[in-house]
Write a protein that binds this ligand. Structure first.
Ligand code: ADP
Ligand code: MG
Length: 639
């Protein structure tokens, strides 16, 4: 019974078993971890390692509750250097599954196999095997039907497993991590050095290119407050990869923090990162960040929660400030130097930097759940393996054989092309005054009669000539501007073109979104949607604005609601209308990676020049870059 109860804490789902087993392997010094799962881990989980293994006695001992080889004295608890230390995982897992442990320690002639089913010892025998350990866990929760029922679809559980293995692989680049599922191999990350290479294996070159790497060391003051002898080597080391401002994610799922190689969810670190990105990212958007912190074991308490994902720092404000400053500095240094731009000097229109708001204020992404303060200790929830981070687009070789992506949390990019930039919907809108200022400041008058489209760059940017000058037009944001103004104009006239759907589209909502939606419905309906509640927590969409495709609609509503959830204050009707119009525009606009023939380019340029503010998209990004004839001549040294 005790084991079953403990299992409730330690074993939440297959991914939590995988996590505990991997931790044990790493604690045993393994460099090679081969993980196999079947049915998302519900039918089978196997973790094979080349660690130090166990003697026959230790193998039996491992299943005693609170039996751990990692803590010998109570003082050890204050300097935990291993991932495990509670001695709970194996008995707990053995309590809710059929478990087989096969192991051999260096120097032992034979290995040992121990079989456990629902906490009962089924058999012990000698076996032949290499040094190391293999744990096989079958039929998770076979004796707890109620828990078993709550496990999600295989694909979902597999997604969580993928996630947790990825996290550990990131924290331990010196190890090889392979994950095999039914049919095909999910991934196989060979041991690498440096860490950067592991990021490349996991996320690919595209994301890596948009990350800034930083390293920072901070000598620790001695306990009495005077600086300790620097040679003592007591230091906090921060090694991080943080995204450039152009990367904007709609949620926190791409934020990873590791303390002494343990993945943690920590509000102090989260807050520090938020401060570093203040006024760099629009409210309601989040960066991608992987933060690895190493510190003396005595500086951090990991014995806070059974899942060991929460920590307490001895010097929290010091760690907080150090991380914030390091990230700030790295972001400043990595500021892009615009090559050329139509924007005249003196006006700051760096697209992703939102204008300063008066007064000190934390970004809403921290205050959203009231977790702004540093002093409190309310934990951030972390289930082992949250959905695969939406921001960290996995490479195609991470995808499941039977479907597009490893979890249901990830929209599958169509092969070979980028999905449209998701950043628009979440980004902050520029105010009308700002758009006007930018407009007024760009003294160039552009007339459609003079513009000749020449072609596209990578099916994404229109290249055009304008009386000897060169124009590059971002086709997505150009169309976005066109649609944004169109929706707002039609809304103002009370006649938004709308299309009825043959079958209503069903969108799922969380309880908070359900509440938000009640306020939103009248305005949505005025903007060309026809939405009504449909059963519990679901919404039926019966009609859409004419430009929007049904497939974009549920994402749009999701992002819109998510954006509103992030709003600290109530939004005015006018702003709400703009937000809806911007969302519709973003989702309905021509995507990048879309081929346009000449007539479409001409049409788009015409439409763009008819708008009031053709120079900026609704979120303040530039639409047109211009290379003046003079500059071209100068560059070729003709003048
Ligand atoms: P903890 O990891 O907290 O010590 P566990 O229940 O996870 O507790 O494991 C119990 C003990 O079993 C560990 O302390 C370790 O001695 C041993 N053990 C478990 N897995 C392995 C492994 N893969 N290789 C070597 N020893 C292991
Ligand atoms: Mg353990």
């Amino acid at each position: 019974m005790a084991n079953k109860i403990a299992a409730g804490e330690v074993v939440e789902r297959p991914a939590s078993v995988v996590k505990e087993l991997m931790e044990n392997s790493l604690d045993a010094g393994a460099r090679n971890l081969e993980i196999t799962v079947q049915a998302g881990g519900k039918r089978l989980i196997r973790v094979l390692d080349d660690g130090e293994g166990m003697t026959p006695d230790d193998a039996l001992m491992a299943f005693e509750r609170h039996a751990t080889s990692k803590i010998r004295r109570a003082e050890d608890l204050s300097r935990i250097h291993t991932l495990g230390f509670r001695g709970e995982a194996l008995p707990s897992i053995g309590g809710v599954s059929r478990l087989l442990m096969e192991t051999r320690a260096e120097g032992e002639r034979v290995g040992t196999a121990v079989e456990i089913a629902g906490s009962r010892m089924v058999g012990v025998r000698e076996i032949a095997r290499a040094v190391g350990t293999t744990l096989t866990v079958r039929d998770l929760f076979f004796n707890l039907p109620a828990r078993k029922k709550f496990l999600r679809a295989d694909r979902t559980e597999l997604g969580h497993v993928v996630n947790v293995v990825t996290q550990y692989a990131l924290a331990h680049p010196e190890g090889r991590f392979s994950l095999a599922g039914p049919g095909a191999r999910q991934f196989d990350f060979q041991a690498v050095d440096p860490l950067r290479d592991r990021l490349f294996q996991v996320f690919g070159a595209d994301l890596l290119r948009r990350l800034v790497e930083l390293e920072e060391e901070l000598p620790l003051p001695s306990h009495s407050g005077s600086p300790r002898d620097p040679r003592s080597g007591e230091k906090v080391r921060i090694h991080a990869f943080v995204s450039k401002p152009e990367v904007q994610k709609p949620n926190r799922q791409s934020l990873y923090f590791f303390v002494n190689r343990r993945m943690v969810r920590d509000r102090i670190l989260m807050h520090a990162l938020g401060e570093a990105y203040r006024r760099i990212l629009p409210d309601g958007t989040f960066p991608v960040a992987l933060v690895f912190i190493e510190m003396p074991f005595g500086e951090v308490d990991v014995n806070v929660h059974p899942s060991k994902t929460e920590v307490r720092f001895r010097r929290q404000s010091m760690i907080h400030d150090c991380l914030r400053e390091a990230v700030r500095k790295a972001l400043m240094e990595a500021r892009p130097q615009a090559a050329f731009s139509i924007q005249p000097e003196g006006i700051e229109v760096e697209p992703t930097i939102v204008p300063e708001t008066p007064g000190p204020r934390s970004p809403t992404w921290l205050s959203r759940s009231g977790r702004t303060g540093v002093a409190g200790t309310a934990p951030l929830p972390l289930t082992v393996g949250e959905p695969v981070p939406a921001g960290l687009e996995p490479r195609s070789d991470l995808q499941t054989p039977d479907g597009p992506a490893a979890t249901d949390a990830l929209p599958a990019p169509a092969p070979g092309r980028d999905p449209s930039p998701p950043i628009c919907a979440a980004a902050a809108l520029v105010s009308r005054e700002q758009a006007e200022a930018i407009q007024a400041a760009s003294s160039i008058t552009i007339s459609p009669a003079h513009i000749h489209p020449l072609g596209q760059i990578e099916d994404s940017f229109i290249v055009a000539s304008d009386r000897g000058s060169l124009l590059i037009i971002d086709q997505h944001v150009a169309h976005e501007r066109v649609l944004f103004e169109k929706v707002l104009r039609q809304r103002g006239q009370g006649r938004v073109e709308s299309q009825r759907l043959l079958l209503p589209l069903i969108v799922e909502l969380n309880p908070r979104q359900q509440i938000l939606l009640d306020d939103l419905t009248p305005e949505l309906n005025a903007c060309g949607f026809e939405v009504e509640p449909f059963g519990r927590r679901t919404l039926a969409v019966k009609a859409l604005p004419a430009d929007l495709s049904a497939s974009d609609c549920s994402r749009l509503l999701g992002e819109l609601l998510e954006g509103l959830e992030n709003e600290a204050r109530e939004v005015s009707l006018e702003r709400l209308q703009e937000k809806i119009a911007a969302s519709v525009a973003c989702h309905a606009a021509i995507k990048i990676n879309t081929h346009l023939d000449r007539s479409k380019m001409v049409w788009l340029i015409d439409e763009l020049l008819k708008t009031r503010y053709p120079m900026t998209c609704p979120h303040g990004r530039p639409v047109i870059l211009r290379y003046e004839k003079n500059e071209i001549l100068k560059a070729f040294k003709r003048i």
